[in-house]
Design a protein around this ligand. Structure first.
Ligand code: MG
Length: 398
């Protein structure tokens, strides 16, 4: 049985976003696995958990025992389910699935039961500063075969105009909830009028509104037949989902901030959401995500794994393998990867005519060029985009 001889973190930022990848090496010549541990804004803390705690725990262990090793890592610090620990565990967990696939000579989706579909449909972000720009971007993406678009007019919280802020207000990103809501309603009216009903539309409130404003916006957007409305409420306010359900038939997606099964279990059991949006490294990796997909299937809830630029290409590859297999797959969020990421991560799934295609190599089918990755060191900066404020200066969820 191959055993673990090293567990290493690789930090790289080819696109300017800090990525953390874990490499698990074994005593079998040339056999290793890669996993995503990307917590882009706390990268050194994740690295420390991997290097200082997980590596000593895992050396000489049997690579085959993924389930046992996941629980070993999960319980080892006694306190569990935090984002930093979960990302560190995910790096190892995905790497072990990658290794298992390589040992079996099969892509990971085959280990799960095989493909439910030949390729994975996805959505892309459409952000624009004007309605014309939004329409143009949709038209460009349509030419690539894409039919699902997440629309944001000026990204999260919209474009602030003539805000009255008190003197000496703290620095931050200021926005007006009422301006944002009115502009968003206008945007959906414009886009539906222009394109008709054939395209699929998504919007992400990104927790920016008060709960009652989010219910109001959902009701106003309902007639535009959204594919889903994302994060209408912060995780601390999910009890409001019941009220939203009572007022609107708009499909709801939530979950990219979840850390803990206690956060998603009641929402799925009560059928308060339509899509589960978990960031799979944030919940501890491939092992818990696979279980979550199966659990959600029992309740008619579909998957839409979190897939922005602050998920590493290794994490995206894992999302693709889960999405190829799950019967209850809904849609996948896909990033517009620049060429450099295809060079640093050979095997990153390719897109063609609106679908993502995994290659048929064993494991997740993705590798890392460590020499090239080193040329793009990570940046140590204070995270700015999460400092979001109302006109009077009150901090709100980013
Ligand atoms: Mg989101």
């Amino acid at each position: 049985m191959p055993t673990i001889t090293d567990v290493r973190t690789i930090l790289t930022a080819p696109e300017g976003i800090n990525l953390i990848v874990v490499k698990v090496e074994t005593d079998q010549e040339g056999l290793y696995g890669l996993g995503c541990a990307t917590f882009a804004y706390r990268e050194h803390a994740v690295k420390s958990v991997v290097d200082d705690y997980l590596k000593p725990l895992l050396l000489k262990r049997d690579v085959h025992k993924i389930e046992d090793l996941w629980h070993l890592m999960h319980n080892n610090a006694y306190w569990r389910n935090g984002g930093i620990t979960n990302n560190a565990i995910s790096g190892v967990d995905m790497a072990l699935w990658d290794i298992k696939g390589k040992l079996a000579g099969l892509p990971v989706y085959e280990l799960l039961g095989g493909k439910s579909r030949e390729a994975v449909p996805y959505y892309r972000h459409v952000n624009g500063n004007t309605l014309d720009e939004i329409v143009e971007k949709i038209e460009t993406l349509q030419k690539e075969g894409i039919n699902h678009f997440r629309l944001q007019w000026g990204l999260y919280g919209g474009i602030a105009k003539n805000l009255n802020t008190p003197p000496n207000s703290e620095p931050g990103i200021y926005f007006s909830p009422s301006q944002y809501m009115q502009d968003t309603i206008k945007m959906f009216e414009h886009v539906r009028k222009h394109f008709g009903d054939s395209i699929e539309l998504i919007h992400d409130i990104h927790e920016r509104l008060s709960p009652s404003d989010a219910v109001f916006l959902a009701k106003r957007l309902e007639k535009h037949r959204l594919f889903f409305l994302e994060d209408p409420f912060p995780i601390e306010q999910v009890a409001w989902l019941e009220q939203l359900r009572n007022h609107s038939a708009i499909p709801v997606a939530i979950g990219e901030l979840f850390n803990n099964p206690l956060e998603w279990t009641p929402l799925i059991k009560e059928r308060l959401i339509d899509f589960i949006r978990v960031h799979i490294s944030q919940i501890g990796g491939f092992t818990p995500a696979r279980k979550l997909a199966v659990f959600a299937e029992q309740f008619g809830i579909r998957t839409a794994w979190h897939g922005p630029g602050d998920v590493s290409p290794v994490g995206h590859a894992a999302n693709v393998h889960l999405s190829l297999n799950a019967h209850n797959f809904g849609i996948l969020e896909w990033w517009d990867f620049p060429d450099i990421l295809y060079k640093v991560f050979p095997g990153l799934p390719q897109v063609k005519n609106g679908y993502i295609h995994a290659n048929d190599k064993p494991g997740f089918g993705i590798d890392i060029d460590e020499t090239l990755a080193k040329k793009y060191p990570i940046k140590k900066t204070v995270t700015q985009w999460t400092q979001t404020r109302l006109p009077d200066g009150t901090l709100v969820n980013p």
